[in-house]
Ligand binder design. Structure first.
Ligand SMILES: NC(=O)c1ccc[n+]([C@@H]2O[C@H](COP(=O)([O-])OP(=O)(O)OC[C@H]3O[C@@H](n4cnc5c(N)ncnc54)[C@H](O)[C@@H]3O)[C@@H](O)[C@H]2O)c1
Length: 351
């Protein structure tokens, strides 16, 4: 697979993705700017002479207070619209650095150097920025693609296993959404991915970006096809809510959610059964939970979380299903179907 510079056009703005050493994340074009990182990623920002805002790590700090700290520093440094905010970190840092850049002087320049696999294949790409607000995830934000995204797989070596696996689930999702070649690679080269072998990881990121980038280029503001990227997420959000956002990482929940969406497709006659079983086996081999429901989680609690989600969205709950690899659709599902896949253990056992 070809790992090289990628150029995307998201909503009329160019986003250039490069691969290389983390030391090259900040180029000469960033003479005026500031670095945003968190307590765990400041180690990657050490060589840069720019001022740094070191935020506390974690989703609970994805809020106004952190944005104010970034903006306050930008004002103190007398940055201008031409200055650059450089986010070095996971999805939380990337979302906030880009959000701050989108509102500072109505939009200054932004570079993202993602340091989690999830941020490399997802959060840093496609222009969604934001913070959590009033108890809702990503309620406040903007569409503001990073002008530059610099990916350095060397940073993944210090990433905790759980966070790495969380990102890997999104890589698998991207493969299912349209890259049979990546799917085969993930099947054949599992050891290389589990061991974070740089070549395998870099090429899977690169291929993942092709997939996500193509969806976002076609539908920047998510009025249609971009929603396919939410494959597995309706079930995942419900599981995360039912387990108090602590039991499962987002990626683990998405992996499980994809098996449930495929099971729902099998029940309704939409999904090729052999494909659903192939994906389930792959996810199981990578260590994700693929049964109907994890121990201790009730059908009622997941259904209640879905109802809650539906209320929040003020409309029907839509599910992203697949007929096969790269053949995706969005549909509503009968409650009986959802119940069935939450109680039937394996896709192969369903009709
Ligand atoms: N904008 C988007 O399109 C988009 C897409 C997906 C997810 N997101 C957002 O991304 C966030 C989740 O991102 P995440 O999973 O990267 O979580 P995260 O940013 O919280 O990072 C996970 C943990 O790993 C630490 N970390 C990061 N890089 C490290 C490294 N190389 N070595 C050691 N520790 C490191 C972080 O400090 C943090 O403690 C969520 O807020 C979600 O809403 C945004």
């Amino acid at each position: 697979m070809n790992v090289s510079t990628r150029k995307f056009r998201f909503g009329g703005r160019e986003s250039v993705v490069t691969f290389g050493r983390i030391e090259d994340a900040v180029g000469e074009e960033s003479a005026s700017g500031l670095v945003v990182c968190d307590a765990n990623t400041q180690r990657f920002a050490g060589s840069f002479e720019l001022a740094k805002v070191v935020l506390e790590a974690g989703e609970e700090h994805k809020n106004w207070k952190s944005i104010e700290r970034i903006l306050d520093t930008a004002v103190k440094l007398k940055l201008g619209r031409d200055s650059r905010i450089i986010g070095i970190g996971g999805g939380v840092v990337c979302d906030m650095a880009a959000f701050a850049a989108s509102v500072f002087m109505r939009g200054c320049r932004v570079t993202l150097a993602p340091t989690t696999l999830l941020a490399m294949v997802d959060a840093s790409i496609g222009g969604k920025t934001g913070i959590d607000f009033a108890g809702y995830k990503n309620l406040v934000g903007s569409f503001y693609p990073a002008e530059r995204v610099h990916i350095s797989v060397q940073t993944l070596l210090t990433l905790p296993e759980r966070d790495y696996r969380s990102g890997l689930a999104e890589v698998i999702k991207h493969a299912l959404l349209g890259a049979e070649d990546l799917l085969e690679l993930l099947e054949k080269e599992q050891k290389r991915f589990i061991e974070r072998e740089a070549g395998a990881v870099e090429s899977s990121i690169s291929r993942s970006l092709d997939i996500k980038g193509a969806f976002v280029e076609r539908d920047f503001t998510e009025d249609g096809i971009r929603a396919h990227l939410n494959f597995g997420h309706t079930f995942a959000h419900a599981l995360e809510a039912a387990t108090g956002f602590g039991g499962f990482s987002h990626g683990e929940a998405v992996a499980w959610g994809m098996t449930r969406a495929l099971a729902a497709g099998v029940v309704t006659g939409i999904t090729d059964k052999a494909y659903a079983e192939r994906v389930r086996q792959l996810l199981e081999r990578y260590g994700y939970f693929t049964g109907a429901l994890p121990k201790g989680v009730t059908v009622q609690s997941v259904m209640a979380a879905m109802t809650q989600d539906k209320k929040k969205r003020r409309g029907d709950l839509r599910f992203v299903l697949q007929r096969n690899c790269g053949d995706t659709l969005i549909t509503a599902l009968d409650e009986a179907v959802v119940r069935e896949v939450l109680t039937t253990d394996q896709v192969s056992k369903i009709r």
